[in-house]
Structure formats: structure tokens, C-alpha cells
Design a protein around this ligand. Structure first.
Ligand SMILES: [Zn+2]
Length: 81
């Protein structure tokens, strides 16, 4: 089952991909943003329609996007060697 981290206060969520290191970074930034709110792990089916996707809503700051991009580049370099 697909799971997500969801903020009950903001009605926003981010999907969890356990084997994706880029996703781990995104989840950390999501948790940082909603640190004082109530975050819980839920099944994706429970939140679909009620919550807004963290990413597609354009909530991420440009600086964070850059961090994720450079992280992806590093990942690719590691895979190449
Ligand atoms: Zn929140």
C-alpha cells in the first residue's frame, strides 16, 4: 500500500517512497515545515481528495528544489561509477 505523511492542520501530504533517497529529503523538509503541526502517516487512499499534494501545490521553496536537484545529480554520479 502507498503511504503518505500528512499534516492534519494544513491538509497537505507527501507520498512516502521508502527506497527513494530524494523522497527522504522531501519528507524531511515537509516535516520541518509542519513541525508544530500534527503530522501522521496514513494510507494514500485515506487522504486522496481531501489533502493537497505537497509538491504539485508549489509549496516547496526554489532553494529547496535546487537542493533536491543537486542531490539527484549526485545520485546519478554514484550509480554511474
Ligand atoms: Zn502543516
Amino acid at each position: 500500500m502507498i503511504r503518505a505523511r500528512a499534516c492534519l492542520k494544513c491538509k497537505k501530504y507527501i507520498l512516502i517512497h521508502p527506497n527513494n533517497p530524494v523522497n527522504q529529503v522531501e519528507i524531511k523538509s515537509f516535516e520541518k515545515k509542519h513541525l508544530s503541526h500534527t503530522i501522521m502517516t496514513v494510507g494514500f487512499g485515506e487522504i486522496k481528495g481531501i489533502y493537497t499534494s505537497f509538491k504539485s501545490n508549489g509549496v516547496s521553496k526554489p532553494s529547496e528544489d535546487r537542493n533536491i536537484t543537486s542531490f539527484e545529480k549526485k545520485e546519478r554520479e554514484i550509480k554511474k561509477s
